[in-house]
Every structure is written in structure tokens, then in C-alpha cells.
Design a protein around this ligand. Structure first.
Ligand SMILES: Nc1nc2c(ncn2[C@@H]2O[C@H](COP(=O)(O)OP(=O)(O)OP(=O)(O)O)[C@@H](O)[C@H]2O)c(=O)[nH]1
Ligand SMILES: [Mg+2]
Length: 420
């Protein structure tokens, strides 16, 4: 497993499909994104077509007339791959491959393929393999049902190919189970790191956003690191955490993770749990947006929806509009997301202001709490004053009351002194 299905210089035809009820402009826009994805995977585009269907065809997704048309296009362009901008069942893929005479991939498989090409670390490879298995299992059931009906049997009839298929499926399930166990260990290790950061009250930021929006470049700018940033989708798969120094604020950490995309395959979300937990645990999110993209609005919507889906919507979020050096000036007037910063990770414009906002966000996490120190523990107030701003100090006969601004993480350390 974990094999990439697209080889360099594969000759691909891409096809956008939608229902007649959908806007064709949207189908076209999506097809442009698919084009980028295919190129990122290493394929060459030798043709593209679009079809608005009255309804989906369960056997082959598109109608038989269109299948013929695609077949002719494949032959005349000498293509060896068709990529469909829609989910295909196992049966639909097989039928299309037989009718057209070349390999057929759907959007999910293409994205998984790119992930498979990019995964280099142990964890990354495991997560991708798991996602591919989760994607493959339902396709196998479909293929099995179809072979049964070919043999004239119905559901519940035991066909000859069934045992082999059942064995394959069992093997995949067992492997998937083993990978999940290994990933749990990874996840526990990460949790321990986060725990120790919490103990040391280090506030954390997570960079989230559409793929290729500039998250890794921003991490490099903010922290002086040199993680890989590249003009390609899903350059980053594994999370990286680095220290950032914000003026007047305590030291903090920033985590860069995998980017998002429209219709992120659910198998990837399931498999990349350990990676996504890094953002789940962050105190503040930096939602990075490519200000220069003509699809900026839709990309914002996609990421906003995922933020909801992962339950991060109640965290403080700073909207970071990146690539201002190459975006038209008007783009800045078309956005109404707050709080926000306009920056360029390449020129460094706006970075200082972003850092200021990050420091403010940390300060915003702090709440006033009342603590009480008995006479024997009063010496700890000095420590406390270094961590949070003491707003008020009042001596009592047996000790001292302090009103102090602390973050939730800091509060964990001082909870024994909390006035109930
Ligand atoms: N002009 C310009 N290009 C930028 C800016 N920030 C990033 N880029 C370019 O955009 C491309 C993507 O940048 P990355 O930092 O890899 O983006 P990412 O969000 O980490 O992408 P993935 O990890 O693939 O999801 C690279 O070619 C960067 O050089 C910017 O402010 N201005
Ligand atoms: Mg990246």
C-alpha cells in the first residue's frame, strides 16, 4: 500500500460533472482546482470536459452517450488516465475503466495519491496508508456485490469470489486496526508534549487554512525556521511546532499543519486525527488566507466550515490575509473578517502587526482571578507577579489576597490558591 497511482507524465483527461440544477460556473471553478491537483500529482493534462447531468447514473455516474465521447477523447489524445471531479463508487470506477479503456480515478483517490507521494515521515505514511484503506474498503464491497449479480446470485448468495474477497477485506481491516494502534501511540506522545507545554504555561497558536495559502512560509517568518514551503498543494503533512517571541508577551509556540481543501476526503480527516489534535489543543488559531487567490471567498468558506466541523469555532481566531505583495489593492476591501492582519510572508510586510495581535490575543485569554496566600506561602507572590499582572493586592490578618490576570493554562498551576 501507500503506492502512488499517478506516475510522472501520465496523460490525464479531467472531467467536471454536476447536476443541471447546479451552476456551471461552479463546476468550472472546481475543475480548475482539479487541474492543479493533477499537475501537483505529476500528471499532464491533455484534455478536459464538463457535463451537467439531469441525474446521476448509478452504473457509471455519467450517461452512456458521454462515456462514448470520453472514450474517443482518450483515444485521440492518447490519454492513459481519466480523473473525475466527483466521488465514484467501486462499481462506477470499474464500469468506466472497462468502457473507456484507461485507468479512472476520482477526486478523493487523487488527493489521497498526492498525500501518498508527499508522506515521508513514519507517522505521515501511517496516516496516509490508513486513509487509503478506509477509502478502499467500501469500494471492495461494491465490486463484490457486482460480481455476485453478474453470476446471477443476489444478496445473501455466496459466490465463488467471495472467500477471496472476504480474506482481502479481513487482511485490510487487520492492518487498519494495527495502524490505528500505532497512531494512538503517536497521539499519546504528542499529548505528552502538549501537557508539558501546558505545565510551563506556554500559550500556543496553530496555523490553519487552505492548502498553499502560505502557512509554512508564515511559520518560517514568525519563528526564523526553515520548514519546507513550496508552490504546491499539500507540501506540509506533518505538524511542526516552533517557539515564537512576541514583544512584551511571554514566549509562545506556533504549530504549522496540513492544509485544507474543498471536500477534504473524510477518510483523511479520520486518519489525520493525531495531526488535527495539534490545532484542537491550540489556544489561538491563525486562519491563513491567500489574499491573491481569485477563489479567496470560497476558500474562506471551506475553512470556516471545517473549523465548525472540528469544533474550533469558540477559540479566538486571527484572520491572516497573506500574499498582500501580489494581491490587487481592492482585494483588501472585499473582506470582512475580524480580527485580521494583512501581511506578506515573502516581504515581511505586516508581520510586526501580526505579532502584536498575537500578543494581544494571549492577553485576551487572561482573566482576572482571586488568589489567597497564607503567611507561610506569601513568598510565592513574587513568582506570581512574573507570570501575570497583579491588579490588586490586599493584606489580611493571616495572609494576602491577590487579584491577578492569568491564562487558563497558568491558572492550572495556581488553582490551589484560588478563592472559591
Ligand atoms: N508572493 C507571495 N507568495 C507567498 C507568500 N507566502 C507564501 N507564498 C508562496 O506560496 C506558496 C505556498 O506557500 P506555503 O508556505 O508552502 O503554503 P502552505 O499553506 O504551507 O501550503 P501547504 O503546506 O501545501 O498546504 C509558496 O510558493 C510560497 O513561496 C506571500 O506572502 N507572497
Ligand atoms: Mg505548508
Amino acid at each position: 500500500m501507500n503506492k502512488a497511482q499517478i506516475r510522472p507524465n501520465d496523460r490525464a483527461i479531467i472531467m467536471g460533472v454536476g447536476l443541471k440544477s447546479e451552476a456551471t460556473s461552479e463546476i468550472k471553478e472546481n475543475l480548475l482546482e482539479l487541474e492543479d491537483l493533477v499537475r501537483s500529482a505529476g500528471g499532464d493534462i491533455v484534455g478536459s470536459l464538463i457535463q451537467a447531468l439531469p441525474q446521476w447514473n448509478p452504473a457509471s455516474l455519467i450517461g452512456s452517450g458521454k462515456v462514448e465521447e470520453v472514450k474517443e477523447m482518450v483515444q485521440s489524445a492518447q490519454a492513459n488516465l481519466l480523473v473525475m471531479d466527483h466521488h465514484l463508487s467501486g462499481v462506477q470506477t470499474r464500469n468506466l475503466e472497462q468502457a473507456i479503456g484507461c485507468k479512472v480515478l476520482d477526486r478523493n483517490q487523487l488527493i489521497l495519491d498526492i498525500f501518498a507521494q508527499r508522506a515521508h515521515t513514519f507517522e505521515g505514511k501511517l496516516q496516509v496508508e490508513l486513509a487509503q484503506m478506509l477509502d478502499q474498503l467500501p469500494r471492495m464491497v461494491g465490486a463484490w456485490m457486482e460480481s455476485l449479480s453478474r453470476l446471477g446470485g443476489g444478496i445473501g448468495t455466496r459466490g465463488p469470489g467471495e472467500t477471496a474477497l472476504e480474506n482481502d477485506r479481513r487482511r485490510i481491516r487487520e492492518r487498519a486496526h494495527k495502524i490505528k494502534k500505532q497512531l494512538e501511540v503517536v497521539s499519546k506522545n504528542r499529548a505528552q508534549h502538549r501537557q508539558s507545554r501546558r505545565r510551563h504555561e506556554i500559550p500556543s497558536f496553530a496555523l490553519v487554512g487552505y492548502t498553499n495559502s502560505g502557512k509554512s512560509s508564515i511559520l518560517n517568518r514568525l519563528t526564523g525556521s526553515q520548514v519546507l514551503s513550496k508552490n504546491q498543494v499539500f507540501a506540509t503533512l506533518d505538524p511542526t511546532t516552533r517557539k515564537v517571541f512576541l514583544a512584551d508577551g511571554p514566549p509562545a509556540v506556533v504549530t504549522d499543519t496540513v492544509g485544507f481543501i474543498r471536500k477534504l476526503p473524510p477518510q483523511l480527516i479520520e486518519a489525520f486525527k493525531a495531526t488535527l489534535e495539534e490545532s484542537t489543543e491550540a489556544d489561538v488559531l491563525l486562519h491563513v488566507i491567500d489574499l491573491s487567490s481569485p477563489n479567496m471567498q470560497r476558500q474562506i468558506e471551506v475553512v470556516d466550515q471545517l473549523i465548525e466541523e472540528f469544533g474550533w469555532q469558540n477559540k479566538p481566531i486571527i484572520h491572516v490575509f497573506n500574499k498582500m505583495d501580489v494581491a490587487p489593492m481592492e482585494a483588501q476591501f472585499r473582506v470582512n473578517k475580524f480580527p485580521r492582519a494583512f501581511i506578506s510572508a515573502v516581504t515581511g510586510q505586516g508581520i510586526e502587526q501580526l505579532k502584536k495581535m498575537m500578543a494581544d490575543a494571549i492577553a485576551g485569554l487572561q482573566a482576572d482571578v482571586d488568589l489567597y496566600f497564607s503567611k507561610t506561602e506569601e513568598h510565592k507572590i513574587f513568582d506570581l507577579s512574573r507570570e501575570g499582572r497583579i491588579v490588586k493586592k490586599e493584606s489580611a490578618t493571616e495572609g494576602t489576597f491577590c487579584k491577578v490576570q492569568l491564562t487558563p493554562a497558568q491558572l492550572t498551576k495556581w488553582k490551589d490558591f484560588l478563592v472559591k
